[in-house]
Design a protein around this ligand. Sequence first.
Ligand code: NAP
Ligand code: MG
Length: 506
Amino acid sequence: MPTLTAPADAKVQLTEANKAFIKRANKLLIDGQWVPSASGKTFPTYNPATGEVITRCAEGDKEDINRAVAAARQAFEKGPWKDLTASERGRIVWKIGDLMLEHADELAELEAYDNGKTRGVARYVDVPLSADAFHYMAGWATKICGQTFPISVPYMPGSKFHAMSLREPVGVVGQIIPWNFPLLMAAWKLAPALAAGCTVVLKPAEQTPLTALRLGELMIEAGVPPGVVNIVTGYGETAGASLAAHDDVDKVAFTGSTEVGKLIVQAAAGNLKKVSLELGGKSPNVIFKDTADLETAINGAANAVFFNHGQCCVAGTRLFAEKAVFDQVVDGIASRAKKIKLGFGLDEDTQMGPLVSEEQLARVTGYLEAGKRDGAEFVTGGVRHGDRGYFVEPTIITNTKPHMSVVQEEIFGPVLVAEPFSDEEDLIRRANDTTYGLAAAVWTKDTARAHRIAKAYRAGTVWVNCYNVFDSALPFGGYKQSGWGREMSGEALALYTESKAVIVAL
Ligand code: NAP
Ligand code: MG
């Protein structure tokens, strides 16, 4: 059994800066002003380690979205944002990254408190990666270029032209983000949009609104002009749906469940706004017996599924281990799982925090019950931990059948399904046998095999002898029902720009 530090005894000792911030986190950011929701309504955000309310945030709705979109439209069309040089825009984006690093401890504390993740992960993964997204994209602001084209126009013999393309910002962008990496998802979306010269209305997840609001303050401090970034906290079915459907929004960027992703596509059909989607996953992680070091692969497989409590779209939740090493691999991951220290994310010795919400707890334990009913074998875990907060024991399931929901569906919790394999071709078929295609990994020291499998995977990211390696310079996104488009890297700019062909008769 993993040890549990009783969250009931957890002392919430926040920095003075965060105590003060939480008191003012009940407003929306619209047109550079912090304002209450039009309805005056608020909603609670919880500490998932205890279920206690942290504070209440403004519950934005259709009317607030309308105001935010109008502010974003105004800021897009009438200066000063559109009149800044690319270099000036880049410097503001860079400054946001600097301010995030300056406030790294405070942001990490706020993220851990609101989301449940550990302070260490928030401080050393979420915050630096988020700041890096702004620093990386700042450099792109001055490098968004069109091309020239040697056109021939065969039906106009003798005519001469200068033909080129301009890359222009797509316009007003709606961005809807999830709760698993709240600050990082805001950064992945905002940084390229700002670098490209767009204006934004951001809708954070209802479970984790706090760091996006703090980021809003830092963006104002960095010099982002009024209306360029608007932040409307509230519920998906109301604020989110209004944003996705809004006729004056040119593009919507969404990260979350595949189910809601499909609703976004439908909502966007009204004005055929551009859509990019980063959705779920059920990623295969394959260990061959020839892997260079089995212990490293076992650690990698444990990290692949248990990092961020399994609340990762790329989580390596389907483990395939070659028959000869299957038992050793499963035993190795199980012994690591049993030692994971569950507790309040803000306690220094906690290694895994609670799931984000009561709803997510019910969802994950629902899958665990289904797995038991279906006759799968639980090597370790399989139950809620404690009776306060939303903790689930790290779980490993074997002896599954392909049709079982624990095998098919994204659970989004610390739950691994492990299966043995013996034949490479059959393995590839099984690894790809999912509606998702976000990430995949393979552990082997056979270079040819590594390349062969990397090519065969139908997934947007493939890790070889590693897992969870992300970088702002790498494109990220999904095949199949894991999404449309690629975030991060230069490719993200394609999501936030339009290409305009200009032909000049000479
Ligand atoms: P979700 O509903 O897809 O939430 C993602 C975002 O979409 C949130 O901001 C949400 O707002 C908003 N939203 C919800 N319904 C909407 C609608 N009809 N129109 C516009 N926006 C809408 O995800 P969830 O319910 O929090 O989690 C459910 C499952 O999604 C998880 O168990 C997991 O499988 C998956 N998930 C995947 C990722 C990922 O990174 N791929 C991230 C999170 C969750 P509210 O939060 O305010 O409702
Ligand atoms: Mg919360």
